[in-house]
Design a protein around this ligand. Sequence first.
Ligand SMILES: [Zn+2]
Length: 98
Amino acid sequence: MEKEIEIEDYDIEIIMMEQYEHLNIILENSYCTTCKKTSTITNYKSYLNNLNDIILRGFCLKCGGPVNRYIETGENLQSAEVAVHIKNVLQISRKKKK
Ligand SMILES: [Zn+2]
Protein backbone atom coordinates (compact mmCIF):
# COMPACT_ATOMS: atom_id res chain seq x y z
CA MET A 1 0.00 0.00 0.00
CA GLU A 2 1.27 3.42 -0.92
CA LYS A 3 1.19 5.88 1.87
CA GLU A 4 -0.34 9.14 0.76
CA ILE A 5 -0.95 12.32 2.67
CA GLU A 6 -3.36 15.04 1.63
CA ILE A 7 -1.85 18.44 0.90
CA GLU A 8 -3.16 21.89 0.04
CA ASP A 9 -2.53 24.19 -2.92
CA TYR A 10 0.02 26.24 -1.02
CA ASP A 11 1.94 23.02 -0.28
CA ILE A 12 1.99 22.29 -4.01
CA GLU A 13 3.29 25.76 -4.65
CA ILE A 14 6.30 25.40 -2.37
CA ILE A 15 7.03 21.84 -3.53
CA MET A 16 6.90 22.68 -7.22
CA MET A 17 8.82 25.94 -6.81
CA GLU A 18 9.43 27.50 -10.25
CA GLN A 19 7.46 24.65 -11.85
CA TYR A 20 4.33 25.95 -10.13
CA GLU A 21 3.75 28.50 -12.88
CA HIS A 22 3.12 25.55 -15.20
CA LEU A 23 0.48 24.03 -12.93
CA ASN A 24 -2.42 25.32 -15.03
CA ILE A 25 -0.90 23.74 -18.13
CA ILE A 26 -0.54 20.48 -16.23
CA LEU A 27 -4.16 20.67 -15.06
CA GLU A 28 -5.35 21.31 -18.61
CA ASN A 29 -3.36 18.38 -19.93
CA SER A 30 -4.65 15.55 -17.80
CA TYR A 31 -5.60 12.34 -19.55
CA CYS A 32 -9.19 11.20 -19.08
CA THR A 33 -9.60 7.45 -19.50
CA THR A 34 -13.35 7.92 -20.13
CA CYS A 35 -12.97 10.54 -22.90
CA LYS A 36 -9.81 8.73 -24.03
CA LYS A 37 -8.14 12.05 -24.60
CA THR A 38 -6.53 14.99 -22.88
CA SER A 39 -8.89 16.95 -20.69
CA THR A 40 -8.86 19.34 -17.74
CA ILE A 41 -8.87 17.99 -14.20
CA THR A 42 -11.23 19.79 -11.85
CA ASN A 43 -12.36 19.57 -8.21
CA TYR A 44 -9.20 17.71 -7.37
CA LYS A 45 -7.63 16.84 -4.08
CA SER A 46 -3.87 16.75 -3.82
CA TYR A 47 -1.72 14.09 -2.21
CA LEU A 48 1.93 13.37 -1.65
CA ASN A 49 2.98 9.77 -2.15
CA ASN A 50 5.90 7.90 -0.63
CA LEU A 51 8.13 8.88 -3.57
CA ASN A 52 7.43 12.56 -2.79
CA ASP A 53 5.54 13.02 -6.02
CA ILE A 54 2.27 14.93 -6.12
CA ILE A 55 -0.91 13.10 -7.10
CA LEU A 56 -4.03 15.03 -8.02
CA ARG A 57 -7.27 13.08 -7.79
CA GLY A 58 -10.17 14.86 -9.39
CA PHE A 59 -12.69 14.78 -12.18
CA CYS A 60 -12.80 15.39 -15.90
CA LEU A 61 -14.19 18.82 -16.79
CA LYS A 62 -15.93 17.37 -19.84
CA CYS A 63 -17.48 14.09 -18.69
CA GLY A 64 -17.15 14.20 -14.89
CA GLY A 65 -15.28 10.91 -14.81
CA PRO A 66 -12.43 10.32 -12.37
CA VAL A 67 -9.06 11.70 -13.46
CA ASN A 68 -5.74 11.27 -11.71
CA ARG A 69 -2.78 13.48 -12.50
CA TYR A 70 0.70 12.56 -11.40
CA ILE A 71 3.30 15.31 -11.01
CA GLU A 72 6.83 14.01 -10.61
CA THR A 73 8.54 16.20 -8.08
CA GLY A 74 10.42 13.51 -6.13
CA GLU A 75 13.12 13.48 -8.81
CA ASN A 76 14.00 17.05 -7.95
CA LEU A 77 16.12 16.85 -4.81
CA GLN A 78 15.06 20.23 -3.49
CA SER A 79 11.39 19.51 -4.09
CA ALA A 80 11.74 16.13 -2.42
CA GLU A 81 13.24 17.74 0.66
CA VAL A 82 10.38 20.21 0.90
CA ALA A 83 7.89 17.39 0.38
CA VAL A 84 9.41 15.34 3.19
CA HIS A 85 9.29 18.39 5.45
CA ILE A 86 5.62 19.02 4.68
CA LYS A 87 4.77 15.37 5.31
CA ASN A 88 6.48 15.52 8.70
CA VAL A 89 4.71 18.72 9.67
CA LEU A 90 1.31 17.43 8.55
CA GLN A 91 1.75 14.13 10.36
CA ILE A 92 2.67 15.92 13.59
CA SER A 93 -0.23 18.39 13.35
CA ARG A 94 -2.69 15.54 12.69
CA LYS A 95 -1.50 13.60 15.70
CA LYS A 96 -2.07 16.64 17.86
CA LYS A 97 -5.67 16.94 16.71
CA LYS A 98 -6.51 13.42 17.91
ZN1 LIG B 1 -13.61 12.79 -19.56
